[in-house]
Design a protein around this ligand. Structure first.
Ligand code: ATP
Ligand code: MG
Ligand code: MG
Ligand code: MG
Length: 445
């Protein structure tokens, strides 16, 4: 029933056409400082991310996320949203500033020790900057007097900054003091239902890592200061990983070193093969909590028998910024970034030739190509950049593009200006170079 009102300033309101992203204009300052190249506090992904202008260092363990990194992170968050919502997750956003009182009730105000960032307000009330949110979310549930068993399972999750005063922040985004985590909390009517939810979240984690094209392992894990009785970690195998993993080649048993009795050389499950040790980067962690928090905070629901019952809980963390860095860590070479295809900040980079006699014509062709790729292929809208630094040779810019890891680089060279235009296409993932017509290019992308 809303008739649009005629506007007096149609022009002022016209939607601006998004300009083609030009490499010369992208804010991606290279940030590799003297002395940051080596040493045991840095790793490949940190070096590559500084070099490529993806991150800029701030305080120890804190980083500016620059535009390209943020594009990539937003893609990752969208994938996480898809997977969490596919299993019924509902997104919320809880305060990062958490009152000490909740943490004192659960007993973790003391237990968290020095890892917790603590502060005090003007009324002398203690707070912390949330390192995790079991207390907050359970309190939220406990405050609902009308929660019915019909509303369970309830899965609430958020993607927010977490704060931990890590003893040794290192390896860039792999171990920050301020980082992004996806944390989900589940509430169920019974242990059986909670374990069912637990499995469905583990499957969602596996699906996410598969979609990213990453090799991963799920291992039995320690419940640490979060507590509970059942726990798994999701790891990307890598030498810089700080966790020791033990695996049985015979029966598939796998566990974090912390959970296995010292000296235990043989597999505790099949007892026939030795455990093989490797290293992993912990990217996800799942916990079945039982009623550890719901008891304390009295988070109850009304059961089918119309009686109050304590909710069974699970909690599930994914390191968002850690996954970003870890995937660069495991996929890249020493000097060239390789992204999971779905996370590359831009999908295609187009290279017109160096300034010269036919430069205008080629630039025109390149611009046309950017537009038509974006128009013909929905998934490429805003995903194509033009490397307009035509004062540099194609070779130099190809090298840059290779280092930044655009999945596809298209050279608009001599052959593109012939009657039947042909483009040189470098597929970074496979390393192949192919020559394609425009239709061929559209098919490929
Ligand atoms: P770690 O063993 O590496 O210190 P954690 O076991 O303390 O991690 P959890 O409490 O299980 O971490 O948090 C869930 C997830 O958050 C982890 O699996 C990891 O992916 C991510 N994470 C934890 N600490 C950091 C950090 N300092 N920087 C970046 N991501 C982190
Ligand atoms: Mg930790
Ligand atoms: Mg851990
Ligand atoms: Mg953990």
């Amino acid at each position: 029933h809303c008739t649009p009102q005629p506007s007096h300033s149609v022009h002022a309101l016209a939607k601006p056409v998004a300009p083609t992203p030009l490499v010369s204009r992208l804010f991606q300052p290279s940030n590799l400082r003297e002395g940051q190249e080596g040493g045991d506090m840095t790793c490949r992904s940190q070096r590559l991310m500084l070099q490529a202008g993806l991150i800029h260092p701030s305080n120890p363990g804190c980083f500016y996320y620059l535009p390209a990194a943020l594009r990539s992170m937003e893609k990752l968050v969208r994938l996480i949203d898809e997977e969490m919502q596919a299993i019924g997750g509902q997104k919320v956003d809880m305060p990062a500033l958490c009152g000490a009182e909740l943490w004192k009730r659960s007993g973790r105000w003391e237990l968290m020790g020095k890892e917790m960032f603590r502060l005090r307000d003007r009324h002398d009330i203690d707070y912390c900057l949330g390192p995790t949110h079991e207390e907050a979310v359970t309190e939220l549930l406990a405050s609902q007097s009308t929660l019915s068993y019909r509303q369970l399972p309830l899965l609430l999750y958020q993607v927010t900054r977490k704060f931990r005063d890590e003893q040794k922040p290192k390896f860039g985004l792999l171990r920050g003091r301020e980082f992004y985590m996806k944390d989900m909390y589940s509430f169920d009517i019974s242990e059986e239902a909670a374990l069912h939810t637990y499995q469905s979240v583990c499957h969602a984690y596996g699906r996410l890592l598969d979609r990213l094209g990453l090799k991963w392992v799920q291992v039995q894990a320690d419940t640490g200061n979060i507590g509970g009785t059942l726990s798994h970690e999701f790891h990307l195998p890598a030498d810089v990983g700080e966790d020791r993993l033990l695996m049985c080649g015979n029966c598939g048993f796998s566990a974090n070193f912390e959970t296995v009795e010292p000296g235990q050389a043989d597999c505790p499950q099949c007892h026939t093969a030795p455990l093989v040790e490797s290293k992993g980067i912990e990217v996800g962690h799942t916990f079945y909590l039982g009623t550890k928090y719901s008891q304390v905070f009295n988070a109850t629901f009304t059961s089918a028998q119309n009686k109050p019952a304590v909710a069974e809980m699970g909690c599930f963390g994914l390191g968002v910024t850690r996954i970003l860095a870890a995937s660069i860590e495991v996929l890249s070479s020493e000097d060239s970034i390789r992204w999971p295809r779905l996370l590359a900040p831009y999908q295609v980079c187009i290279l017109p030739p160096k300034k010269g006699s036919k430069a205008n014509e080629a630039m025109h062709l390149a611009e046309e190509l950017v537009q038509s790729l974006g128009n013909s292929l929905l998934n490429l809208k805003g995903e194509v950049v033009l490397d307009d630094r035509t004062q540099l040779t194609i070779g130099k810019r190809l090298k840059d593009a290779n280092r930044l890891g655009y999945p596809y680089v298209v050279v608009v060279g001599q052959k593109a200006m012939e009657e039947q235009p042909v483009f040189e296409v470098v597929c970074q993932q496979s390393g192949d170079t192919v020559f394609l017509s425009k239709d061929g290019l559209l098919d490929l992308l």
